[in-house]
Ligand binder design. Structure first.
Ligand code: PAD
Ligand code: ZN
Ligand code: ZN
Length: 376
Protein backbone atom coordinates (compact mmCIF):
# COMPACT_ATOMS: atom_id res chain seq x y z
CA UNK A 1 0.00 0.00 0.00
CA UNK A 2 1.37 3.37 -0.96
CA UNK A 3 2.49 5.64 1.85
CA UNK A 4 2.49 8.73 -0.39
CA UNK A 5 0.58 11.62 1.10
CA UNK A 6 0.33 9.93 4.50
CA UNK A 7 2.17 10.41 7.78
CA UNK A 8 4.76 7.63 8.22
CA UNK A 9 5.49 6.26 11.69
CA UNK A 10 9.03 4.96 11.91
CA UNK A 11 12.14 4.65 14.08
CA UNK A 12 14.58 7.51 14.56
CA UNK A 13 17.46 8.30 16.93
CA UNK A 14 16.71 11.51 18.82
CA UNK A 15 19.17 13.88 20.42
CA UNK A 16 17.02 15.22 23.29
CA UNK A 17 19.91 16.69 25.30
CA UNK A 18 23.62 17.25 24.82
CA UNK A 19 26.11 14.84 26.43
CA UNK A 20 23.45 12.08 26.55
CA UNK A 21 23.12 8.98 24.35
CA UNK A 22 20.71 9.24 21.43
CA UNK A 23 17.32 7.62 22.08
CA UNK A 24 15.61 5.41 19.51
CA UNK A 25 11.97 6.49 19.41
CA UNK A 26 8.96 6.08 17.17
CA UNK A 27 8.43 9.35 15.31
CA UNK A 28 5.90 10.67 12.82
CA UNK A 29 7.24 11.92 9.49
CA UNK A 30 4.85 14.23 7.63
CA UNK A 31 4.45 13.96 3.84
CA UNK A 32 6.65 16.25 1.75
CA UNK A 33 5.20 19.68 1.00
CA UNK A 34 5.67 21.38 -2.39
CA UNK A 35 9.31 21.18 -3.56
CA UNK A 36 10.19 18.64 -0.86
CA UNK A 37 11.18 14.98 -1.06
CA UNK A 38 10.59 12.14 1.43
CA UNK A 39 13.42 9.59 1.45
CA UNK A 40 13.69 6.08 2.90
CA UNK A 41 17.21 6.00 4.32
CA UNK A 42 19.08 2.78 3.51
CA UNK A 43 22.51 3.54 5.02
CA UNK A 44 24.02 6.37 7.04
CA UNK A 45 27.55 6.96 8.28
CA UNK A 46 28.49 8.44 11.64
CA UNK A 47 30.57 11.61 11.21
CA UNK A 48 32.36 13.61 13.90
CA UNK A 49 30.11 16.58 13.06
CA UNK A 50 27.15 14.59 14.48
CA UNK A 51 29.18 13.97 17.61
CA UNK A 52 30.10 17.68 17.85
CA UNK A 53 26.37 18.35 18.34
CA UNK A 54 26.03 15.65 21.01
CA UNK A 55 29.14 16.89 22.84
CA UNK A 56 27.82 20.46 22.77
CA UNK A 57 30.72 21.82 20.66
CA UNK A 58 28.48 22.52 17.64
CA UNK A 59 25.41 24.27 19.07
CA UNK A 60 22.09 23.20 17.55
CA UNK A 61 18.47 23.64 18.57
CA UNK A 62 17.21 20.45 20.29
CA UNK A 63 15.53 17.99 20.18
CA UNK A 64 16.97 17.06 16.81
CA UNK A 65 17.28 14.15 14.40
CA UNK A 66 21.01 14.15 13.60
CA UNK A 67 22.81 12.37 10.74
CA UNK A 68 23.85 13.84 7.39
CA UNK A 69 26.00 11.26 5.56
CA UNK A 70 23.53 8.92 3.91
CA UNK A 71 22.02 7.28 0.88
CA UNK A 72 18.47 6.10 0.29
CA UNK A 73 15.49 5.73 -2.01
CA UNK A 74 12.83 8.35 -2.75
CA UNK A 75 9.51 7.33 -1.17
CA UNK A 76 7.39 10.24 -2.42
CA UNK A 77 7.72 13.78 -3.70
CA UNK A 78 5.78 16.96 -3.08
CA UNK A 79 4.14 19.11 -5.73
CA UNK A 80 6.46 20.61 -8.32
CA UNK A 81 9.42 18.30 -7.73
CA UNK A 82 11.00 17.33 -11.04
CA UNK A 83 14.61 16.48 -10.11
CA UNK A 84 13.76 13.09 -8.54
CA UNK A 85 10.86 10.62 -8.53
CA UNK A 86 9.75 7.76 -6.24
CA UNK A 87 12.16 4.82 -6.47
CA UNK A 88 15.21 6.92 -7.42
CA UNK A 89 18.38 6.22 -5.48
CA UNK A 90 19.58 9.46 -3.91
CA UNK A 91 22.08 11.12 -1.59
CA UNK A 92 20.84 13.91 0.71
CA UNK A 93 22.98 17.06 0.49
CA UNK A 94 23.92 18.86 3.71
CA UNK A 95 25.07 21.77 1.55
CA UNK A 96 22.16 22.50 -0.78
CA UNK A 97 22.57 23.84 -4.30
CA UNK A 98 19.70 26.18 -5.18
CA UNK A 99 21.33 27.39 -8.38
CA UNK A 100 20.20 30.99 -7.86
CA UNK A 101 22.15 32.52 -4.97
CA UNK A 102 25.48 34.32 -5.36
CA UNK A 103 27.52 31.30 -4.21
CA UNK A 104 25.67 28.94 -6.57
CA UNK A 105 26.14 31.39 -9.46
CA UNK A 106 29.81 32.01 -8.76
CA UNK A 107 32.24 29.55 -10.33
CA UNK A 108 34.26 29.75 -7.10
CA UNK A 109 31.53 29.25 -4.51
CA UNK A 110 29.71 26.23 -3.12
CA UNK A 111 28.14 27.28 0.20
CA UNK A 112 24.61 27.91 -1.07
CA UNK A 113 22.79 30.64 0.85
CA UNK A 114 20.02 28.08 1.55
CA UNK A 115 22.43 26.22 3.86
CA UNK A 116 21.43 25.62 7.47
CA UNK A 117 25.01 25.39 8.76
CA UNK A 118 26.27 28.91 9.26
CA UNK A 119 23.23 30.13 11.22
CA UNK A 120 21.34 26.93 11.99
CA UNK A 121 17.56 27.08 12.49
CA UNK A 122 17.05 23.32 12.35
CA UNK A 123 13.97 23.66 10.18
CA UNK A 124 12.83 23.16 6.59
CA UNK A 125 13.30 26.29 4.43
CA UNK A 126 9.63 27.27 5.11
CA UNK A 127 10.45 27.49 8.84
CA UNK A 128 8.57 24.34 9.95
CA UNK A 129 9.47 20.74 10.87
CA UNK A 130 8.29 17.46 9.29
CA UNK A 131 9.11 15.39 12.40
CA UNK A 132 7.15 14.92 15.62
CA UNK A 133 7.67 12.63 18.60
CA UNK A 134 5.41 12.40 21.65
CA UNK A 135 3.60 15.52 20.47
CA UNK A 136 6.79 17.59 20.17
CA UNK A 137 8.32 18.96 16.99
CA UNK A 138 11.85 17.70 16.31
CA UNK A 139 14.48 19.80 14.56
CA UNK A 140 16.09 18.90 11.26
CA UNK A 141 19.91 18.75 11.07
CA UNK A 142 21.75 20.71 8.35
CA UNK A 143 19.06 20.19 5.67
CA UNK A 144 19.29 16.40 5.94
CA UNK A 145 18.54 14.42 9.22
CA UNK A 146 19.40 10.83 8.35
CA UNK A 147 19.36 8.96 11.69
CA UNK A 148 15.78 7.96 10.85
CA UNK A 149 14.10 5.41 8.60
CA UNK A 150 12.42 8.26 6.70
CA UNK A 151 13.38 11.90 6.31
CA UNK A 152 12.09 14.91 4.38
CA UNK A 153 14.45 17.28 2.58
CA UNK A 154 14.00 20.25 0.26
CA UNK A 155 14.53 19.48 -3.42
CA UNK A 156 17.69 21.62 -3.36
CA UNK A 157 19.16 19.18 -0.80
CA UNK A 158 18.93 15.88 -2.66
CA UNK A 159 20.39 14.42 -5.84
CA UNK A 160 19.79 11.29 -7.88
CA UNK A 161 22.70 8.86 -8.22
CA UNK A 162 23.47 5.75 -10.29
CA UNK A 163 20.97 3.06 -9.21
CA UNK A 164 23.72 0.43 -9.40
CA UNK A 165 25.86 2.11 -6.71
CA UNK A 166 26.03 0.27 -3.35
CA UNK A 167 24.19 2.61 -0.96
CA UNK A 168 26.00 1.24 2.11
CA UNK A 169 29.28 2.52 0.64
CA UNK A 170 28.42 5.63 -1.39
CA UNK A 171 26.68 7.14 1.65
CA UNK A 172 30.22 8.35 2.50
CA UNK A 173 30.07 10.57 -0.60
CA UNK A 174 27.33 12.46 1.26
CA UNK A 175 29.95 13.87 3.63
CA UNK A 176 33.25 12.38 4.83
CA UNK A 177 34.83 11.27 1.58
CA UNK A 178 33.78 14.27 -0.52
CA UNK A 179 34.71 16.75 2.21
CA UNK A 180 38.25 15.49 2.72
CA UNK A 181 39.02 14.64 -0.91
CA UNK A 182 37.57 17.93 -2.15
CA UNK A 183 39.49 19.99 0.39
CA UNK A 184 42.66 18.85 -1.39
CA UNK A 185 41.65 18.67 -5.06
CA UNK A 186 39.02 21.42 -5.11
CA UNK A 187 39.63 23.95 -2.31
CA UNK A 188 43.44 23.83 -2.03
CA UNK A 189 44.00 22.64 -5.61
CA UNK A 190 47.11 20.79 -4.49
CA UNK A 191 49.76 20.75 -7.21
CA UNK A 192 51.81 17.83 -8.46
CA UNK A 193 55.06 17.37 -6.55
CA UNK A 194 53.96 19.37 -3.51
CA UNK A 195 54.38 18.60 0.18
CA UNK A 196 51.21 18.36 2.28
CA UNK A 197 50.40 17.88 5.96
CA UNK A 198 47.05 16.48 7.09
CA UNK A 199 46.18 17.11 10.76
CA UNK A 200 43.68 14.49 11.93
CA UNK A 201 43.49 11.05 10.31
CA UNK A 202 39.81 10.18 10.79
CA UNK A 203 37.41 9.49 7.91
CA UNK A 204 37.64 13.05 6.61
CA UNK A 205 41.42 13.40 7.10
CA UNK A 206 42.14 10.10 5.35
CA UNK A 207 40.00 11.32 2.45
CA UNK A 208 42.13 14.49 2.36
CA UNK A 209 45.20 12.22 2.20
CA UNK A 210 43.59 10.43 -0.78
CA UNK A 211 42.91 13.80 -2.42
CA UNK A 212 46.53 14.93 -1.95
CA UNK A 213 47.73 11.66 -3.46
CA UNK A 214 45.32 11.92 -6.41
CA UNK A 215 46.60 15.46 -7.02
CA UNK A 216 50.14 14.10 -7.28
CA UNK A 217 51.62 15.38 -3.99
CA UNK A 218 55.04 13.83 -3.51
CA UNK A 219 55.09 14.06 0.30
CA UNK A 220 52.02 13.66 2.49
CA UNK A 221 52.67 13.93 6.21
CA UNK A 222 49.90 12.61 8.47
CA UNK A 223 49.61 14.21 11.92
CA UNK A 224 47.59 12.54 14.69
CA UNK A 225 47.83 11.98 18.44
CA UNK A 226 46.50 8.43 17.94
CA UNK A 227 49.30 6.37 16.42
CA UNK A 228 46.86 3.56 15.67
CA UNK A 229 45.68 5.70 12.73
CA UNK A 230 49.08 5.66 11.01
CA UNK A 231 48.96 2.26 9.26
CA UNK A 232 45.75 3.10 7.41
CA UNK A 233 46.99 6.63 6.61
CA UNK A 234 50.02 5.08 4.92
CA UNK A 235 47.78 2.65 3.05
CA UNK A 236 45.79 5.66 1.75
CA UNK A 237 48.89 7.56 0.60
CA UNK A 238 50.61 9.23 3.56
CA UNK A 239 54.37 9.01 3.02
CA UNK A 240 55.11 9.50 6.74
CA UNK A 241 53.19 10.11 9.97
CA UNK A 242 54.04 12.10 13.09
CA UNK A 243 52.55 12.10 16.56
CA UNK A 244 52.76 15.57 18.19
CA UNK A 245 52.90 13.84 21.60
CA UNK A 246 56.31 12.36 20.69
CA UNK A 247 57.90 15.84 20.58
CA UNK A 248 58.62 18.62 23.06
CA UNK A 249 58.54 21.24 20.27
CA UNK A 250 55.27 22.56 18.85
CA UNK A 251 54.13 20.47 15.88
CA UNK A 252 54.58 23.37 13.44
CA UNK A 253 58.29 23.48 14.33
CA UNK A 254 58.50 19.70 13.91
CA UNK A 255 57.01 20.06 10.41
CA UNK A 256 59.50 22.82 9.55
CA UNK A 257 62.34 20.51 10.69
CA UNK A 258 60.95 17.69 8.55
CA UNK A 259 60.84 19.96 5.48
CA UNK A 260 64.34 21.45 5.70
CA UNK A 261 63.08 24.66 7.32
CA UNK A 262 60.63 25.45 4.49
CA UNK A 263 57.27 24.35 5.84
CA UNK A 264 54.71 22.41 3.81
CA UNK A 265 53.03 23.73 0.67
CA UNK A 266 49.54 22.77 1.87
CA UNK A 267 48.23 21.94 5.31
CA UNK A 268 44.77 20.72 6.29
CA UNK A 269 43.18 20.91 9.75
CA UNK A 270 40.73 18.00 9.86
CA UNK A 271 40.13 17.80 13.63
CA UNK A 272 38.00 20.78 14.65
CA UNK A 273 40.24 22.45 17.29
CA UNK A 274 41.40 26.05 17.32
CA UNK A 275 44.95 25.21 18.52
CA UNK A 276 45.53 22.83 15.62
CA UNK A 277 43.99 25.32 13.16
CA UNK A 278 46.68 27.83 14.11
CA UNK A 279 49.38 25.14 14.20
CA UNK A 280 48.39 24.00 10.70
CA UNK A 281 48.61 27.60 9.45
CA UNK A 282 52.03 28.06 11.04
CA UNK A 283 53.21 24.76 9.45
CA UNK A 284 52.91 25.94 5.87
CA UNK A 285 55.45 27.88 3.84
CA UNK A 286 55.64 31.42 5.20
CA UNK A 287 55.08 32.99 1.78
CA UNK A 288 53.16 30.73 -0.59
CA UNK A 289 51.80 28.12 1.83
CA UNK A 290 48.06 27.46 1.97
CA UNK A 291 46.26 26.12 5.02
CA UNK A 292 42.69 24.80 4.83
CA UNK A 293 40.31 24.57 7.79
CA UNK A 294 38.11 21.49 7.33
CA UNK A 295 37.38 20.59 10.98
CA UNK A 296 34.21 22.22 12.30
CA UNK A 297 35.21 24.98 14.74
CA UNK A 298 33.55 24.75 18.17
CA UNK A 299 30.61 27.22 18.20
CA UNK A 300 31.88 29.25 21.17
CA UNK A 301 35.47 29.69 20.05
CA UNK A 302 37.77 32.41 18.81
CA UNK A 303 41.31 32.32 17.50
CA UNK A 304 44.02 34.86 18.19
CA UNK A 305 47.15 34.59 16.09
CA UNK A 306 50.07 36.78 15.14
CA UNK A 307 49.11 38.65 11.94
CA UNK A 308 52.69 38.19 10.69
CA UNK A 309 51.65 34.60 9.93
CA UNK A 310 49.45 35.96 7.13
CA UNK A 311 51.32 39.19 6.33
CA UNK A 312 54.21 37.23 4.87
CA UNK A 313 51.86 35.80 2.24
CA UNK A 314 50.26 32.62 3.58
CA UNK A 315 46.68 31.83 2.52
CA UNK A 316 44.15 30.62 5.12
CA UNK A 317 40.98 29.06 3.72
CA UNK A 318 37.96 27.15 4.93
CA UNK A 319 36.26 24.31 3.10
CA UNK A 320 32.72 23.09 3.61
CA UNK A 321 31.82 19.87 1.79
CA UNK A 322 35.20 19.96 0.06
CA UNK A 323 34.27 23.05 -1.90
CA UNK A 324 32.05 20.97 -4.20
CA UNK A 325 28.81 22.33 -5.64
CA UNK A 326 26.81 19.47 -4.18
CA UNK A 327 24.19 18.68 -6.85
CA UNK A 328 26.70 18.91 -9.67
CA UNK A 329 29.48 16.98 -7.95
CA UNK A 330 27.84 14.12 -6.01
CA UNK A 331 26.53 12.10 -9.00
CA UNK A 332 29.94 12.49 -10.67
CA UNK A 333 31.77 11.35 -7.53
CA UNK A 334 29.46 8.31 -7.40
CA UNK A 335 30.30 7.55 -11.06
CA UNK A 336 34.00 7.97 -10.30
CA UNK A 337 33.63 5.50 -7.42
CA UNK A 338 31.86 3.04 -9.75
CA UNK A 339 34.70 3.60 -12.25
CA UNK A 340 37.18 2.66 -9.49
CA UNK A 341 38.86 6.09 -9.50
CA UNK A 342 38.98 5.95 -5.69
CA UNK A 343 38.09 3.49 -2.95
CA UNK A 344 35.75 3.79 0.02
CA UNK A 345 36.07 0.36 1.62
CA UNK A 346 39.16 1.17 3.76
CA UNK A 347 37.23 4.04 5.39
CA UNK A 348 34.40 1.74 6.50
CA UNK A 349 35.76 -0.11 9.52
CA UNK A 350 32.39 -1.03 11.05
CA UNK A 351 28.86 -1.75 9.86
CA UNK A 352 26.13 -1.92 12.50
CA UNK A 353 22.35 -2.17 12.56
CA UNK A 354 20.75 1.25 13.11
CA UNK A 355 19.62 0.28 16.64
CA UNK A 356 23.30 0.12 17.69
CA UNK A 357 23.90 3.78 16.86
CA UNK A 358 25.26 4.68 20.31
CA UNK A 359 27.79 1.84 20.01
CA UNK A 360 28.87 3.42 16.72
CA UNK A 361 29.45 6.76 18.49
CA UNK A 362 31.48 5.04 21.20
CA UNK A 363 33.71 3.46 18.53
CA UNK A 364 34.33 6.94 17.08
CA UNK A 365 35.02 8.56 20.46
CA UNK A 366 37.44 5.83 21.52
CA UNK A 367 39.38 6.20 18.25
CA UNK A 368 38.67 2.58 17.27
CA UNK A 369 36.66 3.27 14.12
CA UNK A 370 37.15 5.35 11.01
CA UNK A 371 33.62 5.21 9.68
CA UNK A 372 30.73 3.17 11.07
CA UNK A 373 27.92 2.72 8.57
CA UNK A 374 24.49 2.05 10.05
CA UNK A 375 22.03 0.04 8.00
CA UNK A 376 18.27 -0.12 8.43
P1 PAD B 1 37.44 11.83 13.55
O1 PAD B 1 37.15 12.03 14.96
O2 PAD B 1 37.23 10.50 12.92
O3 PAD B 1 38.98 12.24 13.24
C1 PAD B 1 39.66 13.24 13.93
C2 PAD B 1 41.11 12.76 14.16
O4 PAD B 1 41.81 13.82 14.81
C3 PAD B 1 41.22 11.54 15.06
O5 PAD B 1 41.99 10.55 14.41
C4 PAD B 1 41.90 12.07 16.31
O6 PAD B 1 42.78 11.12 16.91
C5 PAD B 1 42.68 13.25 15.77
N1 PAD B 1 43.00 14.27 16.77
C6 PAD B 1 42.25 14.69 17.82
N2 PAD B 1 42.89 15.66 18.50
C7 PAD B 1 44.07 15.86 17.87
C8 PAD B 1 45.17 16.73 18.11
N3 PAD B 1 45.17 17.60 19.11
N4 PAD B 1 46.22 16.68 17.25
C9 PAD B 1 46.23 15.79 16.24
N5 PAD B 1 45.22 14.94 15.95
C10 PAD B 1 44.15 14.97 16.77
O7 PAD B 1 36.61 12.94 12.75
P2 PAD B 1 36.15 13.06 11.21
O8 PAD B 1 37.26 12.63 10.33
O9 PAD B 1 34.79 12.48 11.05
O10 PAD B 1 35.97 14.66 11.13
C11 PAD B 1 37.09 15.51 11.29
C12 PAD B 1 36.64 16.95 11.44
O11 PAD B 1 36.06 17.41 10.22
C13 PAD B 1 35.55 17.16 12.51
O12 PAD B 1 35.76 18.39 13.17
C14 PAD B 1 34.29 17.21 11.69
O13 PAD B 1 33.25 17.90 12.37
C15 PAD B 1 34.79 17.98 10.50
C16 PAD B 1 33.95 17.89 9.28
N6 PAD B 1 33.85 18.99 8.48
C17 PAD B 1 33.11 18.96 7.36
C18 PAD B 1 33.10 20.16 6.49
O14 PAD B 1 32.27 20.26 5.59
N7 PAD B 1 34.03 21.08 6.67
C19 PAD B 1 32.42 17.83 6.98
C20 PAD B 1 32.56 16.70 7.78
C21 PAD B 1 33.31 16.73 8.94
ZN1 ZN C 1 29.99 14.99 8.19
ZN1 ZN D 1 22.33 28.55 -3.76
Amino acid sequence: MSTAGKVIKCKAAICWEIKKPLVIEQIEVAPPKAHEVRIKIVATGICRSDDHVISGAFTMPLPMVLGHEAAGVVESVGEGVTCVKPGDHVIPLFVPQCGNCSSCRSTRGNLCSQNDLSEPRGLMPDGTSRFTCKGKNLHHFISTSTFTEYTVVHETSVVKIDAAAPLEKVCLIGCGFSTGYGSAVQTAQVERGSTCAVFGLGGVGLSAVMGCKAAGASRIIGVDINKNKFAKAKEMGATECVNPLDYKKPINEVLFDLTGGEGVDYSFEVIGRTDTMTAALASCHMNYGTSVIVGVPPSASEISFHPMLLFTGRTWKGSVFGGWKSKDAVPKLVSDFMGKKFVLDPLITHTLPFEKINEGFELLRSGKSIRTVLTF
